[in-house]
Design a protein around this ligand. Structure first.
Ligand SMILES: CC(C)(COP(=O)(O)OP(=O)(O)OC[C@H]1O[C@@H](n2cnc3c(N)ncnc32)[C@H](O)[C@@H]1OP(=O)(O)O)[C@@H](O)C(=O)NCCC(=O)NCCS
Length: 188
């Protein structure tokens, strides 16, 4: 199993939300699945997949996903996968932060850590889909492109008429290429 130890520790800067805990960005483990399901359901925005899907994701796609913990409790997550037809592209499937922790940079840190992790696997682009009414998510991903000095292209992907249920159209956001930090040789 992967993710037995934290990938990184960073000070929590969510002072405004009153949390005194330490924010840790980690690789998910199977026992995180129920929390991913809960946060998704409580978001009242995201499509809620089956509880099984989140367990499976934490087992099989842990290396392309991340969880945010404060004092060990999951307060946010991002799930993703490498696109089989495009091995240089990370698709972000879902990202959500517990309502109590929003606005403090948790999602930005989740995305930043995940992008840094997959760069080593040759990933240079990120794709995600966003509905036009999701201002927070649009801000989050445009902010990622800005901070990484990467291009951002938006196009229609799944239009509303494709969905068999009531669902807004999903626009594709493609960000990249990401720069790979230059390796500084010892002694130079
Ligand atoms: C979208 C979401 C994950 C953002 O999480 P977060 O931890 O609050 O985001 P951050 O604090 O890292 O902020 C990221 C950026 O979004 C902006 N932002 C955050 N909440 C916002 C809001 N409600 N309205 C507008 N902008 C917002 C921040 O100012 C920041 O912008 P910057 O990088 O230019 O400074 C969170 O709002 C959420 O869980 N929403 C419900 C689920 C969802 O919609 N997921 C995305 C589906 S595509």
């Amino acid at each position: 199993m992967t993710g037995d130890k934290p990938s990184h520790n960073i000070d929590n800067q969510n002072g405004e939300s009153g949390s005194a805990g330490r924010l840790e960005i980690d690789t998910p483990v199977v026992t995180d699945g129920p929390e991913l399901y809960r946060i998704t359901r409580d978001s009242a925005v995201l499509d809620v997949n089956s509880s099984y899907a989140y367990l499976l994701w934490c087992r099989d796609f842990a290396q392309t996903s991340a969880v945010a913990r404060i004092d060990g409790a999951v307060v946010g997550f991002v799930t993703g996968y490498i696109r089989p037809d495009a091995p240089d592209t990370l698709v972000v499937w879902q990202i959500a932060v517990d309502a109590s922790q929003r606005g403090g940079g948790v999602a930005g840190r989740l995305l930043g850590e995940l992008v840094d992790r997959v760069l080593a696997r040759g990933v240079r682009y990120l794709e995600t889909t966003i509905t036009a009414d999701n201002a927070a998510s649009i801000k989050l991903f445009t902010g990622l492109a800005r901070k990484r000095e990467a291009d951002l292209e938006r196009s229609e992907l799944f239009t509303a008429d494709l969905f068999p249920d009531a669902h807004l159209g999903e626009d594709l956001y493609r960000i990249g290429p990401f720069a790979v930090a230059p390796v500084i040789a010892a002694g130079s």
